[in-house]
Write a new protein. Sequence first.
Length: 318
Amino acid sequence: MKTLRTILFGVLALAAIVVVATFLLPAKVSLQRVAEINRKPSLVYSFVSDLNGFNQFSPWKAADPAMTNTITGGPGAGQKMVWQSKKMGNGSLTIADARPYESVAYDLDFGRSKAKSAFTITPTAKGSKVVWSMDSYAGFNPIERAMNLVMKGLIAKDFDSGLVRLRVLSEELPDVDLAGLTVSRVDSQTSPFIFVPVEVSAADPAAAEAELLRGMNKANAVLILNDLSPAGPGIIQYLDRSNGTIKANAGFPMDKAPTPEEAAALIGSAKVVFGELPGGAMMRAPAAPHTGDQVQEKLQVYLKLMRLQQKGDVRQAY
């Protein structure tokens, strides 16, 4: 009996030591992983500052393809993703702060615990140094503190695989500087379009811009003289940019299309054309005509980055 009592006291003492030890574990666990990516900081930033881009390299999305998520808000601070996963659990990720081409900070909520994560991007001679860090907080819960230490090793491996995927995806893209590209996602409606066809040499950007603006001004003059209203900002609809020539339609969307009789009278007097702008999902990057080529080059890379395909004519609104 004495032996049994001794064993029991020993077990209780050991349990007490374990409990005390867990309380002595750190409430905060930090980790960071580093990768070198042979692409400019602005391109890497585009991945990590938009949760649609984050999902392209997320190790957790790859671990559970059945994971579902809902993203609200545009790129940058305030954008939020809520996910559901039988394997990974449920939670949310919110962009707390975004400093263009330098860093992005996130707030993570796993339900029972919370964490903060961040990407820091530093330019290098070959491209970018990327640091992915995380601070996990367990509070006073001893079990959560123990789990934090266990999870640190697992998450470090996830960060490593995620950074490898981010490097591969980034280096698959053309080495284009995306600095200055402001992208918004909009859903547009099919609308009537009043425009003037323009064909001009691309050799002189200033002359090309002036000609495109003249075409837009002609279309605007017709609207004003006939008491018609545009439905939005002026649009240049690029049709072809081959052989050093720009072919485009310069004009305005309209609230409603004119009747055939009205259109015939307007066309006869001002040589404008009436057509239709297609509706649907759009990626919009505002620019002036003389910067259209550079902006469109950046936008093409951005579409590839987001795994999106272009459909229909290129449109530039400003």
